[in-house]
Design a protein around this ligand. Structure first.
Ligand code: F0G
Length: 365
């Protein structure tokens, strides 16, 4: 019964990963809202625009859907320790699910390059939290030697059971549209597991006859962390060169993505695109979503910034239904938002003056 309250485990017939569902570790993840973005749709000239808000998961990011599945496997296989390298959200989710399961967790994060909210979460959930003087890709290297030497279960997205859970938002989207699928799904690209997992979800639904065609899945990267975009430009997606990544959307500050081959396959098989957006475009898109009452972290806002470019290029038609995948909650990185809006400092008298001017407003004007 508990499992039916999870947006992941209610699809358990499609998650063949446990010997016993009694081992499932759940925090009631999934079942995230799909919001209609009416004003943004109007200004872009698109009829049907939605945001699937994965930031509304228990630890505030889409990673929870993959951690409930992979942590359950770790528990079933009697591991005592789990570990990951992270730009912050994977570690927050892993630490929470490990604590629920009664396992210890080890987190490696790049010092100074993740948002405070995320760092605080892994501490709160009792993870051994190590900040390394390197970037995400450097943390991955250190971790891969650790897991070779110790009985520690690796929970980065190379873990196939993560993808099983992370495919379930695709099922929720298809379910929402009564098993007819939207024309476009737009996702951020970092380590490229999310795009791979969604592609897997839609592919499996088509094979089962639940849906009749695939949505075009497009991947948007930050300009300063765009190895997949470069890969398509240089080799048509046949090889990838690691880049020195830099972006204020720290969640996707990744130069050497693990799941790039799967992501290339998803783009090619669905007919989607891979593109990048500037720091300014990300910040403006995030603020625009905010004005719809939808908060998200900068890495999520790349989806709207990317949609604008796809629309301008003629890849998205006015009559298309589009779903943006918002991956993280706005409170994950409050510093970014405050930095963008730069709160105005007023003396109390000045505030009174603002109030005085507002007193002249008419209720219906
Ligand atoms: N959006 C957010 C908020 C993320 O945290 C991440 C990845 C992505 C998008 C990109 O997803 O890697 O599957 O392509 N964060 C990882 C982490 C790397 O460690 O939290 P991806």
């Amino acid at each position: 019964e508990l499992l039916d309250h999870s947006g992941v485990w209610r699809f358990r017939e499609l998650l063949p990963i446990l010997d016993s569902f009694g081992n499932a570790v759940t925090l009631r993840e999934g079942n995230t809202p799909l919001y209609h973005l009416t004003r943004t749709a109007r200004s872009l000239g698109i009829d049907q625009l939605f945001a699937k808000h994965q930031g509304m998961n228990p630890t505030g990011s889409f990673k929870d859907t993959g951690m409930t599945s992979a942590l359950s496997v770790a528990k079933e296989r009697s591991y005592k320790w789990v570990a990951c390298a992270s730009t912050g959200n994977t570690s927050a989710a892993m630490a929470a699910y490990a604590a629920r399961a009664g396992l210890r967790s080890l987190v490696l994060i790049p010092q100074g390059k993740i948002a405070w909210g995320k760092l605080s979460q892994s501490m709160d959930y009792g993870a051994v939290t190590c900040q390394l003087n390197t970037d995400f890709d450097g943390c991955m290297k250190v971790l891969s030697t650790i897991v070779q030497q110790a009985p520690v279960y690796l929970l980065n997205s190379v873990n196939p059971y993560r993808l099983e859970g992370q495919k379930t938002p695709a099922l929720e989207i298809a379910e929402y549209f009564d098993w007819s699928v939207p024309e476009h799904i737009i996702v951020p690209g970092g380590n490229l597991a999310n795009s791979s997992a969604l592609g897997k979800g839609f592919r499996e639904m088509k094979a089962l006859g639940l849906i009749s065609r695939l949505p075009k899945i497009s991947i948007v990267q930050a300009e300063g962390a765009n190895p997949l975009v470069r890969s398509f430009a240089q080799s048509g997606g046949k090889s990838i060169e690691p880049v020195a990544a830099n972006t204020r959307a720290t969640a996707i500050r990744i130069g050497n993505p693990a799941s790039w081959r799967k992501a290339v396959r998803v783009i090619e098989e669905t007919g989607g695109w891979c593109l990048d957006v500037t720091e300014g475009e990300i910040a403006v898109a995030k603020a625009e979503l905010g004005l719809e009452g939808i908060g998200c972290e900068p890495a999520s806002a790349v989806t709207l910034a990317g949609l604008k470019k796809l629309k301008a290029a003629g890849h998205v038609e006015a009559s298309d239904t589009v779903v943006l995948l918002l991956t993280g909650h706005t409170l994950k990185d409050a510093d970014y938002t405050i930095g963008f809006h730069r709160g105005t400092l007023l003396e109390p008298e000045e505030a009174a003056q603002v109030a005085g001017e507002m007193a002249g407003l008419r209720r219906d004007a």
